[in-house]
Design a protein around this ligand. Sequence first.
Ligand SMILES: NC(=O)c1ccc[n+]([C@@H]2O[C@H](COP(=O)([O-])OP(=O)(O)OC[C@H]3O[C@@H](n4cnc5c(N)ncnc54)[C@H](OP(=O)(O)O)[C@@H]3O)[C@@H](O)[C@H]2O)c1
Length: 355
Amino acid sequence: MADFVNPHAALAPLPEPLSHFARGVELPDPMEAPALRWGIIGAGGIARTFARDVPAYSSGRVVAVAARDQERAQAFAQEYGIERVHDSYEQLVADPQVDAVYVATIHPMHAEHALLAIEAGKPVLVEKAFTMNAAQARRIFDAARERGVFVMEAMWTRHLPHQRVLRQVLANGGLGQIVSAQADHGQYLWHVPRLTDPELGGGALLDLGVYSLSFIQSIAPDARLVSADGVLTDAGVDLANVAVLRAGEALAVARSNFSGRSATAAEVVCERGALELPLQFYRPGVLQLRTFGGENPDGDTVTWDATVPGGFQYEAAEVARCVAAGALESAVMPWADTLAVMELMDEVRERIGVH
Ligand SMILES: NC(=O)c1ccc[n+]([C@@H]2O[C@H](COP(=O)([O-])OP(=O)(O)OC[C@H]3O[C@@H](n4cnc5c(N)ncnc54)[C@H](OP(=O)(O)O)[C@@H]3O)[C@@H](O)[C@H]2O)c1
């Protein structure tokens, strides 16, 4: 522990003029959030990332896990030093040692497992895609409102420092109105069985496109779908999709595919400057600001490198702060935004013929 360097505390300060445009931005340190004891539902791929990163880089601890298969749950607990292994998801949500639940199962199971936690009165963080459709998302939020329980979609990306700075720059308005925006998420993942199986919630949109659409929605909350197209497999899931959106005078494109690895870049162009997340916009990374105008149409660029290890520590810390404050939802990832993105995805699927 003596050698531990808190990566958030070691972040470089914002360079000028980014610090000027982003004035007022809040970048809370995950190590300083109230300590929360997490229980994980599902001992699969993404649960591993959470179990590794949250105790390593935030004040949170993972104290319990439950999986359908006891032996797998035991092995998972041993690997990550988790004290408590439960026979069922029901037992996990009832465990008084668990302060908050992380739903890490595949998306067709999210609604059932989120509702389980809510019924038990446990704050719950639900992996993306939050649910299979907007109707399921509404059911979760209705139940959470009724029971007075905190719920948040695990769109970890929104809590990362570079995206918080980007949104603050836009909110301050120094760059003028948004002219255009784009976000693309392409991964070489077509061989992963759950991604191509319609029964398991397959399709690029629900797994990867949710990042692109959520990014566009985060900077243009009123964005509406103009058109969409997709490439489907014989089984009827989308290998690739593209959505064109409009918010007032701003046009945006959100893309995703799991046939090929793209730069996974995002960009927002405004009247007097552009903000770019040039590589892996959904992970901790680099933010570039290019300011232009007058005699300088090509502009000047400054770069802020906000790369830190992990990333899930930021969303876990947000849950901890909200729960300590008695909030039911997060202002960073509010229910209305999750619902708006789910509705956009319903509409894209309808237009490209994915059912
Ligand atoms: N935030 C991110 O960066 C990120 C990255 C990847 C995935 N995800 C999201 O996380 C979720 C899980 O993805 P993953 O890659 O971790 O999936 P996974 O390893 O294939 O499955 C996760 C868990 O879901 C349960 N499960 C799997 N197949 C099932 C089935 N046929 N019936 C019932 N339950 C089943 C299992 O729970 P048990 O262990 O209890 O058996 C499994 O451990 C997805 O919604 C995905 O979109 C997020």
